[in-house]
Design a binder for this molecule. Structure first.
Ligand SMILES: NC(=O)c1ccc[n+]([C@@H]2O[C@H](COP(=O)([O-])OP(=O)(O)OC[C@H]3O[C@@H](n4cnc5c(N)ncnc54)[C@H](O)[C@@H]3O)[C@@H](O)[C@H]2O)c1
Length: 319
């Protein structure tokens, strides 16, 4: 892992991952790419190129130009956006992943990391403490593309020896970059409204439990899995991952400990159906056993850190 390419680097996870990887492996060894411009900080502090992952020839050119040996493939269309435009989600998520995997074979890449999602599960999957090996019959285009990505990754590992790895992320909460159109976005939006003294209208029912994770844990999970010795891994592309589970009402209550006047009303929209098809909590024992996964942030710690950082963005000293 000497020369790393990150696709979708301008997104919610990419914006944090790029900084972490550049600290760890050296600024000039981590190339940020996306179809859109990333934040100034990412462009200024290391190499950046525009890259559409549906364009295989450009992926190949970049791998050659920068002598890439590792890819973190983050470019994707997420759940809620994917339901608005399933054709685009199919193209970006499936063709993009295929192009990256094919490049893995062509250039004998050392490692490819592709985040999966709890969206691989569906209404028939057990909802509580969902096991790693279980029914994968998602009802969203996003979920279908994520199952496909997992299966393709495992296939490329067995068939071509490409070392593809991935975790099934729950909803990711962060303060640096806004989320890109997922069903758990409410859990980030709520903080911005609370800090600005605005009332928030939540698009999920107040009792909708979903698995969630704070960004520092998510980044650490990706890098720890990427660096784990391959002989320890029984799974490859499809590790369940868990940190906390809560519903919108519980998040509202935790935020109110710091901002008591904060108001939330609940008006579920089309995203409720997506949330209802996902697990409430996740069994991540395979990740714990095979590469030592352990989360650090629970709900109270995450809320405190989010309010501190989003408060600072708005010049407020909340925590
Ligand atoms: N954020 C979450 O809650 C969450 C949860 C589970 C899984 N994941 C997975 O993590 C990965 C990263 O997600 P994220 O939250 O950063 O998403 P995001 O939407 O914030 O970022 C995705 C990025 O991909 C880019 N992109 C879209 N089409 C592209 C194309 N054709 N070529 C190149 N780039 C393109 C977008 O411009 C965007 O910057 C995805 O694989 C996603 O499925 C995220």
């Amino acid at each position: 892992m000497k020369r790393i390419l990150v696709t979708g680097a301008a997104g919610q996870i990419g914006s944090d991952l790029i900084v972490y990887l550049r600290d760890r492996y050296g600024k000039n060894n981590v190339l940020a790419t996306d179809i859109r411009e990333p934040a100034e900080e990412i462009k200024e502090e290391g190499p950046w190129e525009k890259l559409d992952v549906t364009d295989a020839s450009n992926i190949n050119r970049i791998i050659e130009d920068y002598e890439i040996d590792t890819i973190y493939h983050l470019a994707a269309i997420l759940s809620a956006r994917g339901e608005k435009n399933p054709q685009l989600a199919f193209k970006v998520n499936i063709l993009g992943t295929y192009n990256v995997l094919e490049a893995g074979v062509k250039y004998e890449l050392e490692r490819i990391i592709i985040p999966s999602s709890i969206a691989v599960f569906g209404p028939e999957t057990p909802k509580d403490n969902t096991p790693n090996e279980t029914v994968l019959r998602p009802t969203t285009m996003y979920g279908i593309t994520k199952v496909t990505g997992e299966l393709l990754g495992n296939y490329y590992f067995k068939r071509f020896g490409v070392d593809v790895r991935g975790v099934r992320f729950p909803g990711i909460i962060s303060w640096k970059t806004l989320p890109g159109g997922g069903t758990t976005d409410y859990a980030v939006e709520m903080f911005y409204y609370a800090v600005q003294g605005k009332k928030y209208t939540c698009f999920l029912r107040e009792d909708t439990y979903l698995p969630m994770m704070y960004m520092p844990d998510a980044i650490r999970a990706l890098v720890e899995l990427a660096e784990a010795p391959v002989e320890k891994l029984k799974h490859h592309t499809d590790f369940n991952l868990s940190a906390m589970s809560f519903c919108p009402k519980e998040l509202e209550k935790e935020i109110k400990k710091y901002i008591p006047e904060f108001e939330v009303e609940y008006k579920p929209d089309y995203r409720q159906e997506i949330a209802d098809s996902w697990p409430r909590s996740i069994d991540d024992s395979a990740a714990r056993e095979e590469w030592g996964w352990k989360p650090q942030y629970d709900l109270p710690l995450m809320v405190k850190d989010m309010l501190h950082n989003i408060g600072k963005k708005f010049g407020k000293d909340i925590v």
